[in-house]
Write a protein that binds this ligand. Structure first.
Ligand code: PMV
Length: 319
């Protein structure tokens, strides 16, 4: 029996991932770029070689769907694996408006491989994390991370790459418009969008240029350029969702309220730009000195706000 504990932070996409070119392997139709966030994290302990599979999620037995997903994921580490225990918990509320699957599968990949006694490169771990949840491949690293499209059919080159080793001290202000569970999970939403939206080809065609712009903006520390491409990528992604059949809309009235508030801030000279994922919550990119003002501007539209700084790499220890 051997045991390892990993810690990973969630990430928010600045240039978005939406649509898969391979469903089984979770290979993306588009490249993407993200920011890993500090303070919020998943802690996962894997015990390799127990008497039966037992999976705890935030202290309680995982529901059957989650348990099946974890069991399958562990078998990717070793198809002949022994029974394992997994104990995973988030130090942030699942209602925080952040995709906990990104930190969840990054931490599970790290802890499972270490507990199994194997040594994998970070790229291999990122490829593994991607199989659990696409965005998880970006959470192996801190700061700004690109997810390369890759060329190989087996997906071995579609993984995260850190692009800015030293952090640029920006803030992401997370505004929770609604803490209810989203009605359509991202994988199902992506596939119906890919198959039915007439805008999907344009989304795919323009994604690489957006990542280029985003990467350059990060390296130049140009917040306005990064904010503009982030908002544009976000709105293009949601336009593909709305124009699928059936239509897919994750926004609520409060989402638009937040977007108006962000535009008003910009008119008042504050550098603030918004992004939304597969849900109604709004995340605003800004400088540290403007973050309180952004949180106050979002307050009429949201249940809560969190001001988050860039976070570090995922880590693991064997014990
Ligand atoms: O990793 P998934 O399958 O939960 O998909 C994430 C999709 C978005 O959050 C909407 C965008 C992104 O790049 O993270």
């Amino acid at each position: 029996m051997s045991r390892a504990t990993a810690h990973a932070h969630p990430n928010i996409a600045l240039v978005k991932y939406w649509g898969k070119r391979d469903l089984a392997l979770n290979l993306p139709a588009v490249p993407s770029l993200s920011l890993t966030l500090a303070r919020f994290e998943t802690e996962t302990t894997v015990t390799w070689g127990t008497t039966e599979d037992r999976f705890l999620f935030n202290g309680e037995a995982a529901d059957p769907t989650t348990a099946a997903k974890i069991a399958q994921f562990l078998s990717l580490v070793d198809p002949a694996r022994p029974p394992c225990n997994v104990d995973t918990a988030n130090n942030f509320p699942s209602a925080a408006g952040l995709a906990s699957s990104s930190s969840g599968f990054a931490a599970l990949a790290l802890a499972a491989v270490a507990a199994s006694g194997q040594e994998w490169s970070k790229e291999q771990l990122s490829v593994l994390a991607r199989r659990g949840s696409g965005s998880a491949c970006r959470s192996l690293w801190g700061g700004f991370v690109e997810w390369k499209l890759g060329k190989r059919a087996d997906g071995a080159d579609s993984c995260g790459t850190p692009i800015a080793p030293s952090h640029w001290d920006v803030r992401m202000v997370v505004g929770v418009v609604s803490s209810k569970k989203k009605p359509t999970p991202s994988s199902a939403g992506m596939e119906s969008t890919r198959l039915t939206s007439p805008y999907f080809p344009a989304w795919v065609e323009t994604a690489a240029a957006d990542v280029e712009l985003g990467r350059k903006a990060v390296l130049d520390r140009d917040l306005a350029a990064l904010g503009e491409v982030m908002e544009s990528s976000t709105l293009k992604m949601h336009a593909t969702m709305w124009t699928g059949r059936p239509t897919l809309n994750y926004w609520l009235p409060g989402t638009l309220g937040c977007l108006d508030a962000v535009q008003a801030l910009r008119k008042a000279g504050i550098g603030a730009w918004a992004t939304m994922d597969a849900g109604p919550n709004v995340k605003v990119l800004c400088l540290p000195e403007d973050s309180e003002r952004v949180a106050i501007a979002l307050a009429p539209w949201v249940e809560r706000t969190d001001i988050l700084a860039p976070g570090g790499d995922a880590t693991v220890e064997q014990h």
